[in-house]
Design a protein around this ligand. Structure first.
Ligand code: ATP
Ligand code: MG
Length: 440
């Protein structure tokens, strides 16, 4: 598969044990992948705050967009071209989860045009970010250097299962191997790790990584930059082993017709994000209380107050009339219900605006005036607040069948977010009209 600009093939380097070589593997793997296949886009990001990715890839030490952008739509545009032709996201000192939804990263990547391979380095804990990286992974590489790290793989495998990830994607990589060390009955460390891994039913990558003082010296911090093994330690065994590892990853890539994140997006509601959203939405139509299903539903989001609903088309028609809701007739895709100012509805005009799939306002008429009574009912039902207490407010409404992959209640949420972002763009420089979410 030579995937240049679709969803990326995700390689997650993870393990609960610290100091086993995760970051060394992730950063060097990115360099070797690019060196072996020049036309393949390769991107790297780390959820750790050690800045090793930046020290290896940032050209002239200059930053780039932060790794948190991976959790937003349009990640492809945010990657920065770095050293060795590898694109990267800048590490962040304090990374906060955007929400509790560990399916979000996969959803965003599934809709992204990042392409090629994305290598994700993780922290040695099973936090939100590691779990998100597991949920999105086509391949999970777990370096193990001793019994403790091997025992720890059990909880990683459990987390992979819990996140709906692919257990067959997990491969162990014996790391930091000192070939001189002999254990009981003359057993080498690598043989011991391989035997124990097989006993526990784990797959093993076709290579191991030797412990090398030369490799260790590259990340010692003597220089601000960290250099790859490819350019500064070619004489080592690790050089050949990393090349072998990169070839293994390329084989897996070639054998994967569609990256996992894209498959999930196509399947609709199989990932956790969809399930969580559908569960949250299952409370019934806020206008009549009955459960909306299939055709004849609208997805509504009150972004500022983090509320989402599925609403019956018929309930909306009774308040807004069918003409305002006939988006197809005017080539529109999204409806925005706008209360332009804080204060009482009687004192201000309120509008429905319609936008096309590119986020452009549909002209003629560019806005539909609303009856205050209808607006009152809608705002109250959809925001859960008294309309007069609301600040300037915008609600986003998109029609769609709940079982369609395009519906924002399922996998289509990422494309809804992208459209919402395009719609909000012209509003951004306008200071007090922007809510926090709009700016974010
Ligand atoms: N093949 C190797 N030979 C010698 N030293 C190595 C090798 N691989 C990694 N190291 C060294 O081991 C230490 C830990 O490596 P690294 O930072 O890659 O591990 P990590 O698993 O990412 O750690 P953490 O869990 O803290 O993020 C570093 O000092 C690194 O330079
Ligand atoms: Mg690390």
């Amino acid at each position: 598969m030579l995937n240049l600009d679709g969803a990326p093939f995700v390689v997650t380097v993870a393990g609960e044990k610290g100091g086993v070589g995760k970051t060394t593997v992730a950063t060097n793997l990115a360099v070797y992948l690019k060196a072996l296949r020049e036309d393949l886009p390769v991107t790297i990001a780390s959820f750790d705050n050690h800045f090793s990715v930046d020290a290896m890839f940032a050209i002239g030490g200059s930053g780039g967009h932060p790794v948190s952008r991976l959790f937003e739509a349009d990640a492809a545009a945010q990657a920065t071209l770095g050293e060795y032709g590898v694109r990267f996201f800048a590490s962040e000192r304090q990374l906060n989860p955007p929400d509790g939804d560990t399916g979000r990263l996969a959803a965003m990547l599934g809709a992204s045009r990042l392409g090629g391979v994305l290598v994700l380095d993780t922290r040695p804990i099973l936090d939100y970010f590691t779990r998100s990286a597991l949920a999105a992974a086509d391949l999970v590489l777990t370096p193990v250097k001793d019994r403790a790290s091997l025992v720890n793989v059990a909880s990683l495998r459990r987390a992979l299962r819990e996140e709906g990830g692919d257990e067959g994607a997990l491969w162990l990589l014996p790391s930091l191997i000192d070939a001189r060390l002999r254990l009981r009955e003359g057993l080498g460390v690598q043989e011991f790790l391989e035997l124990s891994a097989r006993e526990r039913g784990y797959q093993l990558a076709p290579t191991a990584l030797a412990k090398s003082p030369k490799v260790e010296s590259l990340a010692l911090g003597a220089a601000r930059r960290i250099f790859p093994v490819l350019t500064h330690a070619r004489g080592t065994l690790v050089h050949h082993q990393l090349r072998e590892l990169a070839n293994f990853v390329l084989q897996r890539l070639d054998a994967t017709p569609l990256p996992r994140s894209r498959r999930l997006a196509a399947q609709g509601s199989t990932y956790r994000q969809s399930r969580v959203r559908l569960t949250r939405l299952a409370g019934g139509c806020p206008l009549c209380g009955a459960i909306p299903e299939g055709e004849g539903t609208w997805f509504c989001e009150d972004t500022a107050r983090r509320r989402q609903h599925l609403v019956h088309h018929s309930c909306l028609v009774s308040l807004l009339g069918s003409e305002a809701l006939n988006l197809e007739a005017v080539g529109a895709r999204l409806l925005v219900l706008e209360k332009p100012e804080p204060g009482r509805l009687q004192d201000m005009p309120a509008f429905l605006r319609r936008y096309d799939a590119l986020g452009r306002l549909v002209e003629e008429p560019d806005r539909v005036a609303l009856e205050p009574a209808a607006l009152q009912t809608l705002l109250r039902a959809l925001t859960g607040r008294l309309p007069e207490e609301l600040p300037a407010t915008r609600l986003f409404l998109v029609p769609g069948a709940t079982d369609s992959p395009d519906c924002p209640s399922g996998a289509g949420y990422a494309s809804f977010v992208a459209l919402r972002r395009r719609v909000l763009r012209p509003w951004r420089p306008c200071g007090d009209r922007c809510t926090k979410e709009d700016r974010g």
